[in-house]
Design a protein around this ligand. Structure first.
Ligand SMILES: [Zn+2]
Ligand SMILES: [Zn+2]
Length: 204
């Protein structure tokens, strides 16, 4: 269902002299320079790729997502079930993120932002990322997201300014017509990291 991860260097999008990361074997770089630039972000999930390449046997209903834990400094892959909801006009995949949410969220989130362009690297995403969050996370007293704060601290991205991410952050990948949920892969994580940096800059 996913696009193969062959769309060029994850940093500069160049298509020449591509070599894969020797650890995960899938992340492509055109040069050691680009690999070095990516490593601080890529290393967070690189080593766990092996155990998340395939869903647990027999589970065709699961999709790979990225979870930024709220109360622990952890970013990780996880599987969430999706259910196909057939409709007269519209049919769609309905993801159930309750299993990766902390208890205080009550099993659901209200809001999401669509990330369909990486402005840092000037590329569009064929399948947009859905950055799921609690609706009013900035205003409702939600705690600081420790996963973001530890691994993708906004202070650095925004030159010491900027907002701190509050509450849960779960990254899904979507496809329209038909509306399906796809697996998030390693490459998407670079786009999430760049999006978070942009988000901070945009609101600072
Ligand atoms: Zn490159
Ligand atoms: Zn790797």
């Amino acid at each position: 269902m996913d696009q193969p991860n062959t769309m060029g260097c994850v940093i500069c999008s160049r298509q020449v002299s591509l070599r894969a990361c020797s650890s995960c074997g899938v992340h492509l770089y055109c040069s050691p320079k680009c690999q070095k630039e990516d490593w601080k972000v890529h290393k967070i999930l690189c080593a766990t790729w092996e155990s998340f390449k395939q869903p647990p046997a027999g589970r065709v209903d699961l999709r790979r997502v990225i979870v930024f834990e709220v109360s622990q400094p952890v970013v990780r892959f996880a599987w969430v079930p999706v259910r196909w909801i057939p409709g007269e006009g519209e049919s769609y995949d309905n993801p159930d993120v309750s299993g990766v949410l902390e208890a205080r969220e009550g099993g659901r989130l209200g809001g999401f932002a669509l990330c369909n362009r990486n402005a840092v690297r000037n590329r569009y995403m064929k399948n947009p990322l859905m950055i799921n969050h609690r609706d009013a996370a900035l205003l409702d007293g939600s705690p600081t997201n420790m996963g973001v704060a530890k691994h993708l601290p906004p202070g650095k991205a925004a030159g010491g300014r900027g907002l701190v991410w509050k509450g849960p952050l779960i990254v899904l990948k979507s496809q329209s017509e038909p509306e399906r949920i796809l697996n998030v892969d390693l490459r998407d994580f670079r786009d999430v990291a760049d999006w978070l940096a942009q988000w901070v800059l945009g609101l600072a």
